[in-house]
Design a protein around this ligand. Structure first.
Ligand code: FAD
Length: 292
């Protein structure tokens, strides 16, 4: 099924994001996680793409195929372009076709120091166009409620987002955010720009203090004072931090659902128990919304 059609069927779509095991680990390592996630009945599972390595050793397609063909869950396979050639992408598209996978999250990817930049793709929109010329795929894209870190401002970023959507993107997933007001403001501006595809809110439950440093460094997202206070209060205690992180994410999601968000995308980092805890907290509300 095309991811975009899920938004016609359901008022609030729920998905999880996972990453493939290392090339040196057996793929079976992820079976228990997938088994547990299947029990939560997500609408789809998205699978990250580790940019910079060789196309051959990349396990995104292998894991997406497992999700689709063994666990019978719709996969959304990520692909990044900035360190790839047209030949690399064609190779992956052929593999995706062979495994009957038609949903792709088309990304530019972060520019990795020391890796040559692609001569074929500069932005995600170049990848979107190339994919559509080479197969019958349904394409999702990334978006940034606080603006992408390389952008001069949110307004400029939204102009480019509009171009990306117009190049053939049918659904957007946001980068994680900790302040729902940023999402509401972004959504309003995106709609005013004429970006009309479904936009799913990306939520990452923070369960360890050290996660935060990485996330802020990698994505440049803002930490609202309520969240910083929580880290200061519970960051030293793993158990308390986990409970507080789950509660914060739950509150964010409940508020989003009450404000008619079209979907929640949970960045669970392969932690199925975390997904279980969050889904348990929101399942009542979710069922009610999707029954309406
Ligand atoms: P683009 O849409 O190309 O935008 C990149 C920058 O270029 C933005 O600042 C934009 O405003 C600007 N821009 C766009 N078009 C133009 C134009 N025509 N002219 C001038 N400027 C332009 N990374 C991975 O490596 N693997 C993953 O699996 C992965 N999954 C992700 C999933 C989600 C939901 C999100 C939000 C991010 C993910 N990322 C992943 C990170 C992503 O690769 C980085 O954020 C990257 O820096 C931007 O990718 P993009 O596709 O958003 O780029």
């Amino acid at each position: 099924m095309n991811i975009k059609d899920l938004f016609v069927k359901k008022k609030a779509v729920v998905s999880f994001e996972i990453f493939p095991p290392k090339a040196t680990s057996p793929i079976e390592k992820i079976y228990d996680t997938l088994e547990a996630l299947r029990g939560l009945m997500p609408d789809y599972i998205s699978i990250t793409y580790g940019a910079g390595g060789s196309v051959i050793s990349n396990r995104t397609v292998e894991l997406a195929s497992l999700v689709k063909n063994k666990y019978k869950i719709e996969p959304l396979a990520h692909l990044t372009a900035i360190h790839s050639s047209k030949e690399d992408i064609l190779h992956l598209l052929n593999e995706l076709k062979e495994k009957n996978i038609n949903n792709i999250l088309a990304l530019r990817g972060d520019i990795k120091e020391g890796h040559p930049v692609s001569k074929d793709f500069r932005y995600a929109s170049d990848l979107v166009k190339f994919i559509l010329q080479n197969g019958n795929f349904n394409i999702s894209g990334a978006c940034y409620p606080e603006g992408h870190f390389e952008s001069a401002n949110l307004d400029k970023d939204l102009d480019f987002l509009k171009k990306k959507v117009d190049s053939g993107v049918t659904h957007l997933n946001t980068q994680l955010f900790f302040d729902n007001q940023d999402f509401y403001c972004f959504l309003e501006k995106a709609r005013k720009k004429g970006i009309n595809v479904p936009i799913q809110a990306g939520i990452m439950p923070i369960v360890k203090k050290k996660q935060i440093e990485n996330i802020v460094f990698l994505s440049g997202v803002k930490l609202p004072s309520k969240f910083s206070k929580l880290i200061a209060k519970y960051g030293h205690d793993d158990e308390m931090m986990r409970a507080a992180g789950v509660e914060y994410a739950t509150e964010q999601i409940i508020d989003l659902l009450k404000n008619n968000v079209q979907g929640i995308h949970l960045y669970i980092m392969n932690n199925a128990q975390l997904a279980k805890d969050i889904i348990k907290n929101i399942s009542h509300l979710l069922e009610g919304i999707n029954r309406e």
